[in-house]
Design a protein around this ligand. Structure first.
Ligand code: PMP
Length: 412
C-alpha cells in the first residue's frame, strides 16, 4: 500500500453559494451588494434576530430546571409534535389518527437526509430501482443528499425559461410517464431556486396524478410562512395532499421562518398508512438517527417549542413572519416598477409573480458575470437573486446595473 492513502483524492469544487459569500466578503468596494445566500436581511442589510426568538431564548437561558442532558433519540417531543401540527394543520386526519411518525432533525437538510436514508432502506421502489424525481432545477443539495444514500436523482421538467414560469405540461407528463409508485420530490411552497409555484388549480391536478399513479410525495418545506406571510396559506398544498391520502413525508425547517439558520432546527414527519404501523416507523427512524447523530441538539428546538406552544409568542412570531415576507414582497414590487420605469428590455412581471425568498430573474450567466465583476453585485450564475438582499438603500443601484447589463447584451 502507498504511504499516502489519499494521494488520488481530487480537490472538491467549492460550494457555489458559500464561495459567492466568501467572494463578497473579500470585495472591498463599499457599495457591493450580496444577493447570493438565502438568508433574511433587514432594510439596513443586517441579519435579524426575531424579537420572539430573543424572548424565548432569554426564558430558556434563565430556566433553572433545564440542563444539558441528552434529548431522546427522536428529539424534543413538544417541538416535533407542535411542528407536525404547524405543517399538517390542526384538522389533519393523520394527526388525529396517530399516523404521523415525527423525528427532530438537523434542520431541513437533516430531514432530507433522514427521509432519503429511510426510503433507501424501506421503500419498495418500482422495478427495484432506487430513484427519486427532482425538479429541474432544484436546491442544489438535493442531488448530493440522495446520491449519498444511494438513491439516483432523475429530473422532471419544472421551469420554463420562455415564460420564466412553470412548465406545467412537462411536469404533468413526467408524473404520468413515471412508473407507478415512483418517488417525487416536491417543494411544499416557495420553490428554490425559481420562486415559481403551481397555482391552487395546478396543485389539484398534480395531486390527482400522484393519487392515480400511487406516487410517493417527498415534500420539502423550508419556507412555510416566509413565502406569503401566512403559515396556513403556505401549507395549503401539503395539507391537501395529506387530506387526500397521497403517501408522503414532510421535511420541515425553521431556518428561514424563525431566522434560526445556525441552530439547525427541523423535523421529519412521515405519514404512516395505518395507526398500527406508526410505532414501527418511529422505531426504525430512531434506529437510523441513533447511528448517525445519536440525538439532536436541544437549544433551537426548545426555542421553537416555546414559541409554538405559547399562544402569545405564537401570535408574535406570526407578526414577525409578516414583517419579513412583507419586506420581500415590497422589494419585488419595487424592483419590477423600477425596471419597467427604466424601460429595461424584456418583461419583468415574473418578479412579482414569483414567491418566497428567491427570484429567478431570467438574467443569463454572461450577464451575471458582468454584474459580479463590474458592478460588485453578487448573485448565482443561474440568475437567481435572494430578494432579501435588496433594500431601499441599494435597489436603485441594483436596477440601474441590471438595466445597463441587459441593454448592453441586447445590442450585441
Ligand atoms: N430545502 C430547500 C429547498 C432549501 O432551500 C433549504 C435551505 N436553503 C433547505 C431545504 C435546508 O435548509 P436548512 O438545512 O437550513 O433547514
Amino acid at each position: 500500500m502507498s504511504s499516502d492513502p489519499f494521494s488520488s483524492v481530487e480537490l472538491a469544487p467549492a460550494d457555489a453559494i458559500f464561495a459567492l459569500t466568501a467572494a463578497f466578503k473579500a470585495d472591498s468596494t463599499s457599495d457591493k451588494i450580496n444577493l447570493g445566500a438565502g438568508a433574511y436581511r433587514t432594510n439596513e442589510g443586517k441579519p435579524w434576530v426575531l424579537p420572539v426568538v430573543k424572548k424565548a431564548s432569554d426564558i430558556i437561558a434563565n430556566d433553572e430546571t433545564l440542563d444539558h442532558e441528552y434529548l431522546p433519540i427522536a428529539g424534543l417531543p413538544s417541538f416535533y409534535n407542535a411542528g407536525a401540527k404547524l405543517i399538517l394543520g390542526e384538522g389533519s386526519k393523520a394527526l388525529k389518527e396517530g399516523r404521523v411518525a415525527s423525528t427532530q432533525t438537523i434542520s431541513g437538510t437533516g430531514a432530507n437526509h433522514l427521509g432519503a436514508a429511510f426510503l433507501k432502506r424501506f421503500y419498495p421502489f418500482p422495478s427495484g430501482k432506487a430513484q427519486i424525481y427532482i425538479s429541474n432545477p432544484t436546491w442544489m443539495n438535493h442531488h448530493a443528499i440522495f446520491k449519498n444514500v444511494g438513491i439516483e436523482p432523475v429530473t422532471y421538467p419544472y421551469y420554463d425559461p420562455a415564460t420564466v414560469g412553470l412548465d406545467f405540461e412537462g411536469y404533468k407528463a413526467s408524473l404520468n410517464a413515471a412508473e407507478d409508485g415512483s418517488v417525487f420530490l416536491i417543494h411544499g411552497c416557495a420553490h428554490n431556486p425559481t420562486g415559481v409555484d403551481p397555482t391552487p388549480a395546478q396543485w389539484s391536478e398534480i395531486i390527482e396524478i400522484l393519487l392515480r399513479k400511487k406516487h410517493f410525495a417527498f415534500l420539502d418545506c423550508a419556507y412555510q410562512g416566509f413565502a406569503s406571510g401566512d403559515l396556513d396559506k403556505d401549507a395549503a398544498a401539503v395539507r391537501e395532499m395529506e387530506a387526500r391520502n397521497v403517501p408522503l413525508l414532510v421535511c420541515q425547517s425553521f431556518s428561514k421562518n424563525a431566522g434560526l439558520y445556525s441552530e439547525r432546527v427541523g423535523a421529519l414527519h412521515l405519514v404512516s398508512p395505518t395507526t398500527t404501523e406508526t410505532p414501527i416507523l418511529v422505531s426504525q427512524l430512531a434506529l437510523l438517527q441513533r447511528s448517525e447523530i445519536s440525538n439532536p441538539p436541544a437549544w433551537g428546538a426548545r426555542v421553537v417549542s416555546l414559541i409554538l406552544n405559547d399562544e402569545k409568542m405564537f401570535q408574535q412570531w406570526k407578526e414577525e413572519i409578516q414583517v419579513m415576507a412583507g419586506r420581500i414582497k415590497e422589494m419585488r414590487s419595487e424592483m419590477r416598477r423600477r425596471l419597467e420605469e427604466l424601460g429595461t428590455p424584456g418583461t419583468w412581471e415574473h418578479v412579482t409573480k414569483q414567491i418566497g425568498m428567491f427570484s429567478y430573474t431570467g438574467l443569463t450567466t454572461p450577464q451575471v458575470k458582468i454584474l459580479v465583476e463590474e458592478h460588485h453585485i453578487y448573485l448565482t450564475n443561474n440568475g437567481r437573486i435572494s430578494m432579501a438582499g435588496l433594500n431601499t438603500g441599494n435597489i436603485e443601484r441594483f436596477t440601474k446595473a441590471v438595466d445597463a447589463v441587459v441593454r448592453a447584451s441586447a445590442k450585441q
